[in-house]
Design a protein around this ligand. Sequence first.
Ligand code: SF4
Ligand code: SF4
Length: 241
Amino acid sequence: MPAPSTSFPAWLTQWLHVQNIVHWGAADLRGFSTPRDAAGREFPGAISWVVPVNPRVMAQVQHGPTQAYAAEYDRVNLQINELAERLAAVLRDRGFQAQPLAASVRSDPVNIRGDFPHKTAATRAGLGWIGRHCQLVTFKWGSWVRLGTVFTDLDLPTGRPVQRSFCGRCRRCVEACPAGALTGARWSPDLPRENILDVRACDHWKKENYRQYHEGHVCGICSAVCPFGLKLLKKSAGTGG
Ligand code: SF4
Ligand code: SF4
């Protein structure tokens, strides 16, 4: 068996740099059930990245979504999907298997899931942990981000998977959730989603109360109240950024 790769190819880092993707990594997904490549094999890994959401827009979602948030959600998802398609094409041109994972697509509406959790790839790539609100939290932008993933068989140095929560004693998202959908459980990699989030209660609340925004697909309150994001807002206000 060849030795695992110890450095990223320059063409890949250069490509990501040109796209202004600054927080990214590679995830070892062996042992996870991923979508399958053209030959019917599961992917051994993925490239995972985050795109920050406008912090001023996020900060206004403390009590419910806004039109600006719905528009920002669309803008960033579109950007991620375009990048993912292009990155997969670049990988395929170089002879590797690659498949983008679409942003915010529920391929399993019964269980309210997509093909694979972006956040699992992100924690495996070392980009952050899962907060009590069941979303990725990065050290740099908190959870005020959206995630991109491209599965590939390109051998890359994988990040150190994040194995624990850094939420500490904070429970702000749990207390702010109007649907009572968050259990308050502290995340660890083996904890099933159901132990953290009652996804049906969340979905029902959104459809009942925010149907005017993407037919009840967005909310954002639990992310907006997270101190890791609010810190970012204070920082950008301090720098005039
Ligand atoms: S998205 Fe809204 S309803 Fe769902 S868990 Fe977060 S705060 Fe609660
Ligand atoms: S609001 Fe607090 S508990 Fe919730 S994800 Fe952020 S740090 Fe964790």
